[in-house]
Design a binder for this molecule. Structure first.
Ligand SMILES: *[C@@H]1O[C@H](CO)[C@@H](O)[C@H](O)[C@H]1NC(C)=O
Ligand SMILES: *[C@@H]1O[C@H](CO)[C@@H](O)[C@H](O)[C@H]1NC(C)=O
Ligand SMILES: *[C@@H]1O[C@H](CO)[C@@H](O)[C@H](O)[C@H]1NC(C)=O
Ligand SMILES: *[C@@H]1O[C@H](CO)[C@@H](O)[C@H](O)[C@H]1NC(C)=O
Ligand SMILES: *[C@@H]1O[C@H](CO)[C@@H](O)[C@H](O)[C@H]1NC(C)=O
Length: 490
C-alpha cells in the first residue's frame, strides 16, 4: 500500500531504561510543546495571540473562487495542503484527550481548546452549505512539486468537495466525529454554547454521511489518491461517527446504529480489528464504546466490542501469548514501518483509554490462558511515550524542541526555509529547493512536532529527504496531547 506520508503543572516522573539508566521526563513540558506545535500548522489569518512567531498569515483566499470562505484549519504535515479527512481524525483524537484528561492539563487546557477550535471553526465553514462538504483545499500534485513557505504559496488552491451526487462518507463521518468529540470537550471545559453549535452540526453532517454512501476516493479522485486514499472503506467511519454522536447525545438511535451495523458491515470490517489511525477506526470504535458497554452487563454480554478490545490489547502486550506486533530492540511498537509513530501514539491512546474505562469494572482481559492487568497496560503506554521522548538507544527525542537531542532536519517546508522576518522576499516554487537539499539544520524550530520516527533497528538518519521518517504530521502529535496530560498528572 502506498500511503501518503511523504510522510504530533510540571510533574516529574521516573522512567527506567532497559539498561538501568534512569531518565526523568518532564511530561508537562512535552504537553505544552505538543499543543504549541499546532500553531505552526495554522492556515489562514493568525490571531494576535499567536505564539509561534516565525509563522505568518497564509492562504487568505481559500475557497473564494467558489464563493465560499474556507480560510483557516491546519496544514496536515510538511506540505501546505488542507486535507479534511486526516485533519478531522487529528481533532477527534485531540478532543478525546481533552474529554478524558482535560482536568489534568492545568494551564495548558485553554491552549488545547484553542487548538481544537482552530479546526472546528474551519469545519463549521466547510460544512455550512447543506448538500456539500468541502473536503480539501490545495492541489496536492503542484504543492508537493514545490518547496515553498505557506506564506508564499502560489500553487492552485483547488477546492475539492463531496456532494449528494458525489458523496464521501468517510470524510463526512470523520468530520461528524470530530465535531461531536469537540462538542463534548467544549461542553465539559469551555464554551458550552459553542459546544451545542458543534453538536448540532455533527448530527447534520452524520446524516449526510449515512444517507449518501460512497467513498471520497472516487468522488474527489486525484485530490484524495494517492495521498490520503481511504483504503479501509467508509463503513468504519460511519460506526465511529455514530458512536461519537451517541457519546455526545445519549440518543439511543446512534447506539442502535452502531450495534446493528457492526453486524451489517461485517464483510467490510472483518479482520480489521487491529487497525487504528486516520484511515481505519476499527480498534478505536471498540475502545470508545467500552466506556458505556462496561457499565451495562447486558450490553457487555450481547455485543462483540469488549472481546474486540481485549483481543486488541492482547495483540500488543509482550506478556500475551496472542501478541502479533513487532517491536524494535529498544522497545518501540513497529507496526507499519512508514511514519511509524502515528501508530504508536494513536494505539497508546487507546490502551490508556481502555485502562481508564476499565477502572471501576470487574472485567478481566484474557489472552488465552493469561490475563492482562491495568498495570501492564499502563506500563506499555508509558514505555511507548518515553521512547518517543528520548528513552531509546539513540537518546533521541522524536519531539522537536523537547530534550537536548531531537530531529533538526525535519521534512517541513515552513520550518526548513528562512522565515519572512529573516527573508522578506518571495521564495518561489523551485527557489526553495536549496533549502530542501541543504544538510544544515532547519532555521525555524517547529516546537512540539513529532516526526515519523526511527527505523526497525532504532536508527534514525535525521535527513530531510527521508520523509517517511523525518516528516512530522498533525495526527502523530494529537493523541499525545491526552497521553502527556495523563502522564504529567500521574
Ligand atoms: C480507495 O483507493 C485505494 C487506492 O486505489 C483502494 O485501494 C481502496 O480500495 C479504495 N477504497 C474504497 C473505499 O474504494
Ligand atoms: C442496559 O442495556 C440494555 C440493552 O440495551 C437496556 O435495555 C438497559 O436499560 C440498560 N441498563 C442500564 C442500567 O442502562
Ligand atoms: C469510578 O468511580 C469513581 C467513584 O464512584 C468515580 O468518581 C469515577 O468517575 C469513576 N471512573 C470512571 C472512569 O467511570
Ligand atoms: C544514551 O545515554 C546513556 C545514559 O546517559 C549513555 O550511557 C549512552 O551512551 C547514550 N547513548 C548515546 C547513543 O548517546
Ligand atoms: C531513509 O533512511 C534509511 C536509513 O536510516 C535509508 O535506508 C533509506 O534509504 C532512506 N530513504 C530515503 C528516501 O532517503
Amino acid at each position: 500500500m502506498v500511503r501518503k506520508i511523504t510522510c504530533l503543572v510540571i510533574v516529574l516522573v521516573l522512567a527506567v531504561l532497559g539498561d538501568g539508566n534512569a531518565i526523568l521526563h518532564d511530561y508537562g513540558d512535552a504537553l505544552a510543546k505538543s499543543i504549541l506545535y499546532y500553531e505552526g500548522q495554522r492556515s489562514g489569518k493568525l490571531p494576535a495571540t499567536q505564539r509561534m512567531a516565525w509563522r505568518k498569515d497564509s492562504a487568505l483566499r481559500d475557497g473564494f473562487d467558489k464563493g465560499v470562505d474556507l480560510t483557516g484549519g491546519y496544514y496536515d504535515a510538511g506540505d501546505n495542503v488542507k486535507y479534511n479527512f486526516p485533519m478531522a481524525f487529528t481533532i477527534t483524537m485531540m478532543a478525546w484527550g481533552v474529554i478524558e484528561h482535560g482536568g489534568s492539563m492545568g494551564a495548558e487546557l485553554p491552549h488545547a481548546l484553542e487548538a481544537v477550535r482552530w479546526a472546528t471553526d474551519y469545519f463549521l465553514k466547510s460544512t455550512a452549505h447543506p448538500g456539500v462538504i468541502y473536503a480539501q483545499v490545495g492541489d496536492p500534485n503542484t504543492d508537493h512539486n514545490c518547496w515553498q513557505r505557506p506564506e508564499d504559496m502560489d500553487t492552485p488552491r483547488t477546492v475539492y468537495a463531496v456532494t449528494t451526487d458525489k458523496p464521501g462518507s468517510e470524510v463526512a463521518a470523520e468530520t461528524a466525529a470530530a465535531l461531536a468529540a469537540a462538542s463534548l470537550a467544549f461542553r465539559a471545559f469551555g464554551d458550552k454554547a459553542y459546544g451545542i453549535v458543534l453538536l448540532k452540526r455533527a448530527v447534520e453532517v452524520f446524516k449526510f454521511a449515512d444517507k449518501y454512501r460512497a467513498s471520497y476516493n472516487d468522488s474527489i479522485g486525484e485530490g484524495a489518491c494517492p495521498f490520503y486514499c481511504d483504503y479501509s472503506g467508509y463503513q468504519d467511519e460511519l460506526l465511529w461517527g455514530a458512536a461519537w454522536i451517541y457519546k455526545a447525545t445519549n440518543n439511543v438511535y446512534y447506539w442502535n446504529y452502531v450495534k446493528e451495523n457492526i453486524v451489517t458491515f461485517k464483510a467490510q470490517i472483518e479482520g480489521a480489528n487491529f487497525e487504528f489511525g486516520w484511515d481505519s477506526k476499527h480498534a478505536g470504535i471498540s475502545v470508545l464504546v467500552s466506556d458505556w458497554v462496561l457499565k451495562n452487563t447486558t450490553e457487555a454480554s450481547t455485543t462483540p466490542f469488549l472481546s474486540y478490545a481485549d483481543a486488541f490489547m492482547c495483540s500488543l502486550m509482550s506478556e500475551s501469548p496472542t501478541k502479533i506486533f513487532q517491536f524494535t530492540p529498544g522497545g518501540l511498537l513497529m507496526k507499519g514501518g512508514k511514519c511509524d509513530l502515528q501508530q504508536v501514539s494513536s494505539i497508546s491512546f487507546l490502551v490508556l483509554g481502555y485502562t481508564n474505562y476499565l477502572k471501576n469494572s470487574t472485567h478481566v482481559i484474557r489472552c488465552n490462558d493469561k490475563t492482562i492487568n491495568q498495570a501492564q497496560l499502563l506500563n506499555f503506554v508509558k514505555n511507548q511515550v518515553d521512547y518517543i521522548l528520548g528513552s531509546n538507544p539513540l537518546n533521541m527525542s522524536y519531539m522537536v524542541g523537547y530534550g537536548d537531542k531531537f530531529p533538526r532536519r525535519i521534512h517541513h517546508r515552513g520550518s526548513s526555509i528562512q522565515s519572512l522576518a529573516q527573508h522578506p522576499d518571495h521564495i518561489g516554487c523551485k527557489d526553495g529547493t536549496p533549502y530542501f537539499e541543504s544538510t544544515g539544520p532547519n532555521p525555524n524550530e517547529l516546537t512540539g512536532a513529532v516526526v515519523g520516527g526511527p527505523e526497525i533497528d532504532d536508527s534514525f538518519a535525521d535527513a530531510r529527504a527521508n520523509s517517511s521518517k523525518s516528516e512530522p504530521t498533525t495526527y502523530i502529535a494529537s493523541p499525545l496531547v491526552g497521553l502527556l496530560a495523563y502522564l504529567s498528572a500521574h
